[in-house]
Every structure is written in C-alpha cells, then in structure tokens.
Design a protein around this ligand. Structure first.
Ligand SMILES: Cc1cc2nc3c(=O)[nH]c(=O)nc-3n(C[C@H](O)[C@H](O)[C@H](O)COP(=O)(O)O)c2cc1C
Length: 442
C-alpha cells in the first residue's frame, strides 16, 4: 500500500504570533477568534477537503502586546464540542496544558469530546509556553523544564489509566435481570506518583476510538522524549527540508528506542502554503502577506514572549542584545537559546535581533498548484513528515489550495479520495489501544 499523507488545518482566527496584520484583512471577520460560526465553517471546509484534523492551539496568559488572536479567544474543548455537532469525519485536536490542569479534569473533558464527536478527539499535550500563566494559577513561577515534562508524562499516563476505567461491555443494561452495570468491569486506578494521586475510576466509558489520540508539540530534548514515549502525533515546526528530515528521523529513532512502532507516531510539520495561478503571482502574494505583518513594535513585543513576556522596549535598541538568558529558563528555552546564540556569534544589537527574529522565512509551499504539489511530493518522499499542519491567511487562500493542489495530490495517489474511517485514529492509521484491564484478564 502506498503511504498517504495526512493534512490538518490550523485556523489563525485574527492572527497568532507573527501575523500582526491579519486582523485588518477584509477577508477575516474582526471577531473570528470568538465566533463559533467561523470555526464551524473552517472545519466544514477542511472536512470537504478530507483533512484529518482541525487543530486548535491555546494559551492562558496575555498582556496588551500579544497577538490579536491571543487577546480574545475561545477555550479549545468548548469550541470543539460545538464544532463536533456540525461535522462527521474530521478529527478535533485541542491543545491543553498538563501544567495547569489536573489529569482527572483532562481525562473527563477529552473523553467527553470523544463521545460527543463519535471518536474524533485528540489532545495536544503542552506544558505551556507562557511563564506568566503560573500567576493565573496561584504559582509564583512557571515550572522548570524537568518538572514540567515529568508532570506531563505522568499526566498522560494517569489520563490514559482513567480512560480505561470501564471495559467495553461494562454496561449490560439488562432490564430483565435488573443489571445496569457489571461492577467487575469497572476499575479504579489508585495512582500514587511523584506529581499526582488519583484514585479513579473516571465516570465515563471509552468511545469508538478507545482513547483520544495524544499529540505533542515540544521541540526540546525533554519534549522529544515525551513524544517518543507517549505521543501518537506530533506538531513540529518544519523549517528547511534538511531540518525537517533531521527532526523526523530523530523522533522516529527515539520512538523505536522506547520499543514502540515508529509508524504509530505521525509527524505533522507546519506549512503555510500560498497558491496562485502562477509561481510569480504566489510569490507576490507571499511578499504582500509579509509586508502586512511587518510591524517593528509588535515584533519587539513578540520577542519578549519566549522570555516570560519580557518588555524589551525598555532597552536601547542600538545597544548589544541584553543578557536575559535566565528569563527563558522556564519559558521558551529552545527558541530563546537560538536567539541568544545568534546574537552572540553575530554580535547583534537588540534592533538587529528583532529584525532577524522576524526576518522573512519563505514557505517552501508557495507557487502554482503544480509547484506546490511537486514540493509536497518531494518533501514527503524525502522523509520529512507524515502530515502537514496547514495554516492559511484567509478563506480565499484555503480554497485555492483545496481546489488546486488537493486534486493533484489525489491524482498522484498521495492523498485520500475518501475518508477511511469515522474516527481520528482510523483516518491516521493508528491502532485502537487495548483496554489494559481486558488485556490483564484475557
Ligand atoms: C507547532 C507547535 C505548536 C505549539 N502550540 C502550543 C500551544 O498551543 N500552546 C502552548 O502553550 N505551547 C505550544 N507549543 C509550545 C510547546 O508546548 C512547548 O511548551 C514550548 O515549545 C517550550 O518547550 P520546548 O522547548 O520543549 O519546545 C507549541 C510548539 C510547537 C512546536
């Protein structure tokens, strides 16, 4: 069987990091980020194009410098529960922090989405990027990396344990004999670990896909190891074809080392395709988008995010980049380390760091439908991804990709012509995890 690529849609709302000008786009409603009809329409368009999933990112800390979409946004599980009732096939992946949620709460909310959607839920496990979130949850400081990722691993283990509380035939609901529940098929968890004590059981049974699909989106050593141990999908940054190949190979290798089948972790890279009738027109459109977003003051604000929302506007822009490494230790350490390293080796001022941090990063997927399909095919064949997490500027950009590129990918046998299944797991080609209690008693 030919390997098929997977696609997810990541709606921008009115614009996340770097898309500072998107809210001004006449093709985007000013309230898109809080309008459920916007998300339903995005999900329907993605489902029409046979995408595997709608992916919703999240954060829980803002100040006035944050991107437009972050300032005013819906909570992902609430949002996707509404989307679920308007769609049938598309997977619904919500980002939720293992740092600022209890596992019981997570298990219950994701299992609920899984039931509401008939087996289409996924949990993107993040440890939270914004250090300031801690002060919204009664903690003075964000957790350090080791604690954050230790907690994330244990959280996923507890959540999965809770999802197995009921065996599939736990509810005979036998009116004649007066038996609703077979208590031998209900299992407490009795977990006592380093970070959590959770008795269980969960008051919710398994869905048609057994358990929601676990995604992960961390790029540090700790993040990669977490992915290798528990993730079934991963949202990766992408970058150049060489970077993407190195990342892909590394994650598959780490996954195999844990004894898992590397094919059971699907790697999605970020892709922001720009499609127009000709390569030149698409490149012009990409340049226009960059110009719309290029706002120096907002870029200064954005730079601060990885450093605990640090206010860089207080420094002399033409002095050397300030010594702020310690601020990233608990925040976005991986990205921040790259910024600091470059500032040091190239001797950059703060102004130059802001400019290089936001320099135009050309997407590889820009051009005519044929060019974009060719590039996707080349990257896919080179072992750089199992799927692409697609983000489009507006609905017109989405339609031009769907109408122009998807048919070419289908003709080449790279992309499905119909959904294989009604569940996210089924479409991603992931196995249904056996219930641990059924395994024990079998
Ligand atoms: C593609 C991608 C998407 C992410 N989405 C989120 C998100 O929605 N919310 C969040 O708090 N962090 C998000 N993260 C950040 C990670 O969860 C992680 O906390 C952060 O990158 C710092 O850890 P790291 O150094 O392991 O990457 C994302 C990361 C990547 C690469």
């Amino acid at each position: 069987m030919t390997r098929k690529l997977h696609l997810a849609l990541h709606p921008y709302g009115v614009g996340g990091p770097g898309q500072h000008g998107l809210w001004k786009d006449p093709g985007v409603a000013k309230n898109a980020s809080i309008d459920i009809n916007y998300y339903i329409a995005q999900a329907k368009a993605a489902e029409h194009a046979l995408f595997d999933a709608l992916f919703i990112v999240d954060s829980q800390f803002i100040n006035a410098t944050y991107p437009a979409h972050y300032l005013n946004r819906l909570e992902p599980l609430t949002l996707l529960s509404a989307v679920a009732t308007h769609t049938k096939h598309i997977g619904l992946v919500a980002t939720a922090s293992s740092t600022y949620n209890s596992p019981f709460n997570l298990a219950r909310r994701f299992a609920s989405l899984d039931h509401i959607s008939g087996g289409r839920a996924g949990w993107n496990v993040v440890t939270s990027f914004d250090t300031g979130t801690s002060r919204n949850y009664g903690l003075e400081e964000h957790l350090d990396y080791a604690t954050r990722y230790g907690r994330a691993l244990e959280s996923v283990q507890v959540v999965r344990g809770l999802w197995d509380s009921y065996e599939d035939d736990a509810f005979p609901a036998d009116v004649e004999h007066g038996v609703f529940l077979d208590p031998s098929k209900l299992h407490a968890l009795n977990h006592a670990g380093e970070h959590f004590r959770v008795d269980g059981p969960l008051n919710l049974s398994r869905s048609p896909q057994g358990q929601p699909v676990i995604f992960q989106a961390g790029v540090s050593e700790e993040g990669r190891n977490l992915a290798a141990q528990v993730a079934e999908g991963i949202y990766a940054p992408g970058g150049s074809i060489e970077d993407a190949h190195a990342y892909y190979t590394d994650i598959k290798r780490r996954t195999a080392l844990t004894g898992r089948d590397p094919d059971h972790i699907k790697i999605f890279i970020h892709g922001g395709p720009v499609v127009r009738g000709t390569d030149a027109a698409a490149q012009r459109r990409e340049a226009d988008i960059f110009a719309e977003d290029d706002d120096f003051d907002r870029n200064v604000g954005l730079l601060g995010r990885a450093f605990g929302a640090h206010d860089f506007s207080q420094y002399d822009l033409d002095a050397p980049f300030p010594d702020v490494a310690h601020l990233a230790e608990r925040g976005g350490r991986t990205g921040a380390a790259r910024i600091i390293e470059r500032a040091k080796t190239e001797g950059l001022t703060l102004r130059q760091v802001v400019a290089t941090f936001n320099e135009r990063k050309k997407s590889p997927f820009v051009g005519s439908p044929k060019t974009v399909a060719d590039t996707i095919e080349q990257w896919f064949a080179a072992g750089t991804f199992d799927g692409i997490n697609l983000a489009f500027r507006n609905d017109e950009d989405l339609s031009l990709f769907v109408d122009g590129v998807i048919p070419l990918l289908q003709e080449r046998g790279l992309y499905r012509t119909e959904y294989e299944a009604d569940t996210l797991r089924g479409n991603l080609g992931l196995p249904i995890p056996a219930n641990r209690h059924t395994l024990v008693t079998a």
